[in-house]
Design a protein around this ligand. Structure first.
Ligand code: OOB
Length: 553
């Protein structure tokens, strides 16, 4: 039964044409490994070494392999198996790593949700993926995830199991699954199966789930590990939310496990926590988004923590300004590696031996020799070398389609399989990419992506809103802030009522507008569409006039 279900699942996720599969296998990019095989290999080579550290807990490779087998037994006892889907929403923890590896061992595919997601997002992931299982924590940052689970249960009949790490109340405690007795389930996954679903930034009503398969994702992980110089001596600090592609697999925690190093799981990404963990565990590598890198640099001079072990800081997810890039070595005492990547695949990074100017000015080069890059104009024609245009890419770890949205795939990919990134880049003489803008309906708020349309639709559902347009406002710290322009139905409408409305809808906090502006009508383009460009200009002018306006409308 489960076997057929996985075949159907694979069929719902467009893969590479056979010629490409053959080529990537022949070139040695793709092997015959699964996540479980990778873990078994690491446990065989590095058994007694420390794989994971969380607080005072240390888990060796041998322990991790054992714990994953036991937990897989626990999930199997709930009836989960090959082809099932689960939504996993856990903070940076041993529990996250164990859960994801246990599920993938069964061939159950976890949707890697972020801790900041709320009922709206999690509900859509569950419904769209047809999840039977939701794994989450009890409370995090003042939010009760059991309450979220309770609401989900009421609206998602297919969701038969809720597992809680911590005080489970009426749900199944994760600990109870660790008591399963053997024999433990064998690895049920195949190398070409979908291992996990990553989530595309800025999704609208229908989530864009990104199928990442064992063979290609392991290639992504191994290639990224090499590009950032990982080896068994690496101590990686996972400060960003582990579910995200960057700290999970580029090379992140998975790269660390593949390399025999140690991953330290930070409870938060702040500089105080980070510096203390770097000192305590002699961390050598970490990754941050630009706003956090700025904060770390701001706090570093006053910190008395010993950061001398830190050799490399990866920064990616949004553009790091060149002045900030230049300050990394003098303030943090380590080298910078810029990373420009996407959950859909392509990862570019600067080289560890690149000169400081290349590292400060560019977002790096594609990490695989098999990554194909095109830079095109609006008509889809290649631009002259060095000119800006939209980046298209195809390669051994860039997906050929999302889960079950063929209409969207038709627009997001060229007929010959290039992914349209929506990023505007130019390529320098040595093949480095410089990001200069964006041609997609997305806001990048300090590395967190959101869709203006999603927020607009929710605002339109408020009875006091006649029309809404959401745009990104340039911001020194976050890169962009979220601003909502609203035409109210009644003059008394307040920003507070709208933020409360969005929260009640179950929207993640990072998508809630930082600012509201009320207008009588929207500026229009020649063809009668709302002109976001004029709205952005209005914002910039208003901001220059009174920078502290905040949400006052
Ligand atoms: C990473 O992945 P996503 O899926 O959250 O976002 C991808 C988008 C890119 O298309 C680009 O618009 C933007 O985020 N981006 C950058 C950037 N890195 C990502 N824009 C400018 N400069 C950069 N360095 O964000 C991601 C995935 C893996 C590794 C690193 C980042």
């Amino acid at each position: 039964m489960h076997i057929d279900e996985h075949a159907a699942l694979n069929a719902d996720c467009p893969g590479w044409p056979e010629a490409y599969r053959a080529r990537y296998r022949a070139a040695g990019y793709w092997g015959d490994e699964t996540f479980a095989g990778m873990l078994a290999g690491a446990a065989a080579r590095h058994g007694a070494r420390t794989a994971l550290i969380e607080g005072d807990t240390r888990v060796s490779y041998a322990d991790l392999a054992r714990r994953v087998e036991v937990l897989a037994g626990g999930f199997a006892a709930l009836g989960l198996g090959r082809g099932d889907r689960a939504v996993v929403q856990l903070p940076n923890s041993v529990a996250f790593v164990e859960t994801v590896l246990a599920l993938t061992r069964l061939g159950t595919v976890p949707v890697l949700a972020l801790p900041s997601h709320r009922r709206l997002e999690i509900g859509r992931f569950c419904a769209f993926a047809g999840a039977r299982l939701f794994v989450t924590t009890d409370r995090l940052n003042g939010f009760d995830h059991r309450a979220l689970a309770r609401e989900l249960r009421a609206e998602a009949p297919g969701l038969t199991h809720v597992v809680i790490d911590g005080a489970a109340e009426e749900f199944t405690p994760l600990d109870s699954l660790r008591a399963a007795a053997g024999p433990f389930p064998e690895d049920a996954a195949r190398p070409g199966d979908v291992a996990v679903f990553q989530i595309s930034g800025g999704t609208t009503g229908v989530p864009k789930l990104i199928p990442r398969r064992h063979d290609e994702y392991l290639y992504n992980i191994a290639t990224a590990a090499r590009a950032s110089g990982m080896d068994a001596g690496t101590v990686y600090l996972c400060a960003l939310p582990i579910a995200h592609n960057f700290p999970f697999a580029c090379p992140g925690v998975m790269g660390t496990l593949l390399s025999g190093g140690t991953a330290v799981l930070a409870p938060d990404p702040g500089p105080e926590t980070g510096f203390a963990l770097i000192e305590r565990h002699r961390v050598t590598l970490t990754s941050l988004v630009p706003p956090l890198a700025l904060l770390w640099m701001q706090e570093a001079p006053a910190s008395r923590r010993d950061r001398s072990s830190l050799r490399t800081l990866q920064v990616g997810g949004a553009k790091l300004g060149r002045e900030a890039a230049r300050r990394v070595r003098p303030t943090l005492g380590c080298r910078l590696q810029q990373v420009f990547g996407m959950a859909e695949g392509l990862i570019c990074c600067t080289g560890l031996d690149d000169d400081d100017e290349t590292v400060a000015l560019t977002q790096g080069r594609p990490m695989s020799p098999a990554d194909e890059i095109r830079v095109v104009d609006e008509a889809g024609n290649d631009v002259p070398p060095g000119e800006p245009g939209q980046l298209l890419t195809r390669g051994p770890y860039t997906i050929r389609g999302y889960y079950r949205i063929p209409e969207h795939d038709a627009a997001a990919f060229t007929p010959d399989g290039f992914y349209r990134t929506g990023d505007i880049v130019r390529v320098t003489g040595d093949g480095s990419l410089i990001l200069s803008g964006r041609d997609k309906d997305q806001i990048n708020r300090g590395g967190e992506k959101l869709s203006p349309e999603e927020v607009e639709n929710l605002l339109l559902a408020h009875e006091g809103v006649h029309d809404a347009a959401v745009v990104g406002l340039p911001d020194a710290e976050l890169g962009e802030r979220v601003c909502a322009f609203v035409i109210p139905r009644d003059a008394g409408l307040k920003p507070l009522a709208l933020t409360r409305h969005l929260r009640l809808k179950g929207l993640a906090a990072f998508k809630i507008p930082d600012q509201f502006r009320f207008l009588d009508r929207f500026p229009e383009t020649g063809v009668g569409k709302v002109s976001r460009k004029v709205l952005r200009e209005m914002l910039k002018q208003a901001h220059r006039a009174s920078p502290a306006t905040g949400t006052e409308g």
